[in-house]
Design a protein around this ligand. Structure first.
Ligand SMILES: Nc1ncnc2c1ncn2[C@@H]1O[C@H](COP(=O)(O)OP(=O)(O)OP(=O)(O)O)[C@@H](O)[C@H]1O
Ligand SMILES: [Mg+2]
Length: 383
């Protein structure tokens, strides 16, 4: 039978250095940087910034005139796990590709590990690991071979590469398929292998563009746990994008929400959620007219941070438990009685909605405009 080869601990060394002594590679190692109009953001990194990321006023115009980034600024501390969140087309992949030196910026500045991504691209590449939005694994190599090869391409010795390969296979629950060719792995396993390739050479900074997309919920939870443990233990700075906000909430020290290439909010998940409100109250009414009257009345209460249109009516409040009784009393005074009331804590999904005006995933319910952070950022309240 083709394909399943037992792992014998040896790599078929069919790769050769080029005339300049460089190994061929994919991803950041294999690509030449394009020049940028920006000079050095940091010529020689101090130790405190050795694995930090700085982005200042980043602009990217694609040929044809589409502005993907419109002056994005971000700061990621060394050892932090940082999540870049935003709707489809908001500029997440563009940001990541600029930071890993695969794409030239139009203007602005960015540094990784203290090195300017435009003028010191080679230095940046020496520090980083990268898993792009779409899986890039070699179908003909086994999982173990892929990892060991990546390790060696990044400068690990033959022995170290194989030792590290075993560690990463174990950490990302791929040990059982170590000897399976990537072409025969499931979609989720291929994604895990792709992420493993980004980590195998112990990079100081790792960029993961939607690392868990296409992986089932249970395996996603496992992957986050494994990523966190591995990166914490090794002090790796993680810059990731994800559409699974509840996972970003658990996995990330800080997140940034972007929309149309601009930063909307950045902070710890807890601080962003606190800004939207401590929780949600969902109120159902007999009919739309009563709901509209209730919404008009409630939006003026100090405890109500945001009002989301729709049936039922969703309120962002500072403290769902304490705020409920006065809120019902205010409605009662106006002769309005809800037919149903539900309390829940604010999630990062609510923050996202409040910031961008839409839910993070296409399949999520589109509930229309809202207030909260988004309204504050745009100088207006929700309806
Ligand atoms: N090569 C390109 N040429 C022209 N426009 C592009 C190119 N790549 C991306 N864009 C545009 O730039 C914008 C940002 O795209 P980007 O891929 O960075 O978004 P994203 O946030 O990663 O989206 P998604 O969540 O769908 O992955 C989009 O409007 C997209 O259509
Ligand atoms: Mg993308």
């Amino acid at each position: 039978m083709m394909g399943e080869r037992p792992y014998d601990g040896h790599m078929p060394m069919i790769w050769h250095r080029d005339h300049a002594g460089r190994w061929p590679g994919r991803g950041p190692l294999g690509q030449a940087p394009r020049s940028s109009q920006v000079g050095d953001l940091a010529a020689s990194p101090a130790s405190s910034e050795a694995s930090s990321i700085e982005v200042a006023g980043l602009v990217k115009d694609y040929p044809g005139g589409r502005r993907a980034l419109a002056g994005l600024s971000l700061s990621v501390g060394a050892g932090e796990t940082f999540g870049l969140l935003g709707p489809n087309g908001s500029g997440k992949t563009t940001t990541v590709r600029i930071l890993v030196t695969l794409l030239a910026m139009t203007s602005g500045a960015a540094a990784v590990g203290g090195y300017d991504v435009a003028s010191q691209a080679g230095r940046v590449r020496g520090l980083i690991g990268y898993a792009g939005q779409f899986v890039g694994v070699d179908d003909d190599l086994t999982a173990a071979e892929s990892l060991a090869l990546q390790g060696m391409l990044h400068g690990l010795s033959h022995q170290d590469a194989w030792v590290r390969c075993g560690e990463v296979l174990e950490a990302l629950s791929l040990a059982d398929v170590a000897a399976t060719r990537a072409g025969r792995l499931s979609g989720g396993q291929r994604r895990r292998l792709d992420v493993a390739q980004a980590l195998v050479h112990r990079p100081r900074v790792v960029f993961l563009d939607e690392p868990t997309t296409g992986i089932d919920p249970q395996a996603r939870a496992g992957l986050w746990d494994e990523l966190r443990r591995l990166c914490r233990e090794e002090g790796t700075t993680v810059f990731l994008t994800t559409q699974y906000l509840e996972e970003a909430d658990r996995a990330c020290d800080r997140v940034a929400i972007i929309d149309a290439g601009r930063l909307v909010r950045a902070g710890t998940p807890a601080s962003l959620k606190a800004e939207v409100g401590g929780g949600r109250l969902t109120l159902a009414f007999d009919d739309a007219a009563t709901e509209a009257r209730a919404a008009r009345l409630l939006r003026d209460l100090a405890s109500v941070v945001g009002v989301e249109a729709g049936d039922p009516l969703v309120l962002s409040v500072t403290n769902p438990r304490a705020d409920l009784a006065p809120l019902l009393a205010a409605l009662g005074k106006a002769g309005i009685e809800p037919t149903g009331v539900e309390q829940s804590q604010v999630s990062l999904d609510d923050v996202f909605l409040a910031c961008t005006g839409h839910r993070p995933r296409a399949e999520a319910a589109q509930r229309g405009a809202t207030s909260g952070i988004f309204a504050a950022a745009h100088g207006r309240r929700g309806r």
